[in-house]
Design a protein around this ligand. Sequence first.
Ligand SMILES: Cc1cc2nc3c(=O)[nH]c(=O)nc-3n(C[C@H](O)[C@H](O)[C@H](O)COP(=O)(O)OP(=O)(O)OC[C@H]3O[C@@H](n4cnc5c(N)ncnc54)[C@H](O)[C@@H]3O)c2cc1C
Length: 391
Amino acid sequence: MNDDNYDIAIIGGGPVGMALALALRHNGISILLLEARGLPEKVDDIRPLALSHGSYLILNRLGAWRNLPQATLIKTIHISNKGYLGRTVLTTQDAGVPALGHVVNYLDLYRALFEAVQQTNIDYQTSAIVQEFSTDEHLGYVSYTRHDAVKKKISAKLLILADGGRLGSQLEDITYQVTEYNQWAITANIQAEIQQTGIAYERFTSDGPIALLPSGDHFALVWTTSPEAAKEILALRDNQFLAQLHDHFGDRLGQFTHASKRSGFPLALKYATPTTSRRIALVGNAAQTLHPVAGQGFNLGLRDAYELSQVIQETLYEHKEIGTAAMLKQFREKRRFDSNGGRIFTDTLVKLFSNDMPLIRHLCGTGLILLDNLPLIKRFVARRMIFGARG
Ligand SMILES: Cc1cc2nc3c(=O)[nH]c(=O)nc-3n(C[C@H](O)[C@H](O)[C@H](O)COP(=O)(O)OP(=O)(O)OC[C@H]3O[C@@H](n4cnc5c(N)ncnc54)[C@H](O)[C@@H]3O)c2cc1C
């Protein structure tokens, strides 16, 4: 085989791209994985990721879980509505699973997947920046610059965009729908007077949701607020920041005593329609970028990757060609329900709860009370969050 022709080329070696490459590793096909960033040491991103039990099962199967230095179990999720009555508590018993989730951070997950990819014969090129790509009926073509500044062009039967949503706009037959939330997420690691005991707190406020997730011996914060307020919060001195966080979150965890470096992320809903094009499939944030409320984005992207790998494996098993319109249609249909469900669920939560209209907030509070008292609905919601459409 000529080195420049592959069965599959994955553009974007972030968590979803790497997971997909790993899921395909035992099929005797040639895989090129192109990542713009360098080694994990260069990835300065400790945003917390709440991984569902379903994601744990997939990452375990891919051989990446054992490389994670630390993952903290979520045993209970406490959901409240600031300034209004109503709360819900979800437990492992409600969902019928050993853990509601596991908290890791982006860098640790990136490194764990990176190490697993190193154990395979996947052609994984870092510091490789894709400039453009195109397709014809039989092949896709990718032009990129290698780490040593050499320009390359390769072909593959199937191109997979896992680039977080940067290059998809080059495709004329794919439209990205974008809703700006006018919110930023601020992340940091926080120490509180009260130690974490496996409870994740999700508190809805009129500015946006705030989450404190158990993470090692501390909490991982995701605080959403308007872009203007976020810029001010990011610029505060640590003691001012901790006091403001306490004002906003309340006294459930006592005083906040220490904060790590803070980061800010602008938030928007962005999703592609359709999620395939000729000889191309989109996965992860390239297919849909969600608000972090309820921690759905990576979990959904991982299911995109895993289910695409299953469609590819079935195609190979039946001795059919990969990357055809029929195969891509099968992938689209397999993912439609789960991906629409995840998007509508998070978007509705943000829009319903992030407003200061008392009537709507009262109704939301009533919804939380009802949810807390209806075990079957609670189980449905919990399992939907953990396993996606299959829940
Ligand atoms: C504050 C915050 C908190 C979150 N919390 C959660 C959570 O609790 N649970 C959850 O499930 N999700 C969460 N998410 C969402 C999660 O971070 C994303 O869904 C996930 O990172 C998507 O992974 P990805 O691999 O698709 O994209 P990315 O992580 O964006 O990776 C894309 C990769 O493609 C590479 N790339 C881009 N362009 C090129 C190019 N031209 N050439 C080569 N490579 C390229 C990039 O360098 C990058 O490595 C959160 C998001 C935010 C912002």
